[in-house]
Design a protein around this ligand. Sequence first.
Ligand SMILES: NC(=O)c1ccc[n+]([C@@H]2O[C@H](COP(=O)([O-])OP(=O)(O)OC[C@H]3O[C@@H](n4cnc5c(N)ncnc54)[C@H](O)[C@@H]3O)[C@@H](O)[C@H]2O)c1
Ligand SMILES: [Zn+2]
Length: 365
Amino acid sequence: MNIVTVQLPNRAYDIRIGSGILPEAGQRIAALGASKAFILTSPTLDSLYGQTLRESLDAAKIPHASHIFPDGEDAKQWAQLGSALSAMALAGIDRRACVVALGGGAIGDAAGCAAGLFMRGIKLVQIPTTLLSMVDSSIGGKTGVNLPEGKNLVGVFQQPSLVLADMATLASLPDREIRAGAAEIIKHGIIRDAALFEELEKGRPADWTEAIVRSCSIKARVIEADEFEILDIRALLNFGHTVGHAIEAAAGYGSLLHGEAVSIGLAAAAWMSVQKAGMPQAEAARIVAMLTRYGLPVHAPDLNSARILELLFRDKKFAAGKIRFVLSRRIGTAFVSESVTRADIEAAVAHAIAPSAPWQELLRP
Ligand SMILES: NC(=O)c1ccc[n+]([C@@H]2O[C@H](COP(=O)([O-])OP(=O)(O)OC[C@H]3O[C@@H](n4cnc5c(N)ncnc54)[C@H](O)[C@@H]3O)[C@@H](O)[C@H]2O)c1
Ligand SMILES: [Zn+2]
């Protein structure tokens, strides 16, 4: 059992990481003082792990009710959020109850939003079941749902009271989802932890526990330093995401997984770091080689660059027309730069959709 604590002013919470810890959920939730639990999950997760969770709540004598969102990104529809909130009211959920999110980032984002809104905010327990949600979305308090006008346009900050990452749940996760989650772990190494990056370079771990613990610690330290993304610290987590988000949207949500689009964005950010931040070419080549080694894409040859650029320049991160782009001078560090121009971004996108041999000059010895 590994515990990473997130120390926020007036409230700290634990991220517990270990194999077979789901059956302890009831006793942990009881320890939070919750009078009742409202489980939000999806059909797949409910059939795999719902019963274990409910049995552990029964054993801890915590009354519970559930509501099932659709699987995947559909959980984050505005109408789904409304249904969940109504179900909570009908189940008699009150301020002393807690929401338990059982699932990947989509469930965690929607359930976190429900917890943050219901009666102006009730406790939230995150039980992430994807590699991505274990190292990223379940920690840090960002929640959200989508509108037809765009992704994550509605949301609240709602820190969890507890995160329980049971490694055993990864056994049922499709390998493509594991690889997508690995992209975020690689990102954490690039921005904050060269030793983690080097460890991952040795090859894909058979057991992800150590990488998850390291990755959660990185995100925890970043959140502690800049919970509401006011300083330039939390923004560093967006390394690879400027181009990545635009590629994800241009491909059409669902065709490229978030982590896959981010992988292409990481390659673009590595290239940009060579151009604008003096990152040695060899380091950028290591990043691209790592992504390839983990079975992640580093370019999207079928996409239309005009569409990507249109989406990119609409991105909320381009506040007041100023381009703020996260760069790295060397693996293990990152900073927010204002020196990246529109032309630089256009060049990066051109590489990202190159039909073959993307980032070629990067990889040349
Ligand atoms: N809040 C944040 O800070 C934050 C950060 C990153 C991403 N996100 C959000 O997270 C979402 C993506 O999350 P995700 O990558 O976890 O994908 P996901 O939640 O969509 O899950 C992917 C698929 O895997 C299935 N699944 C989940 N766990 C499983 C398991 N253990 N076994 C078998 N199948 C399982 C799901 O049913 C789904 O079909 C996006 O909506 C993204 O915007 C939020
Ligand atoms: Zn991401």
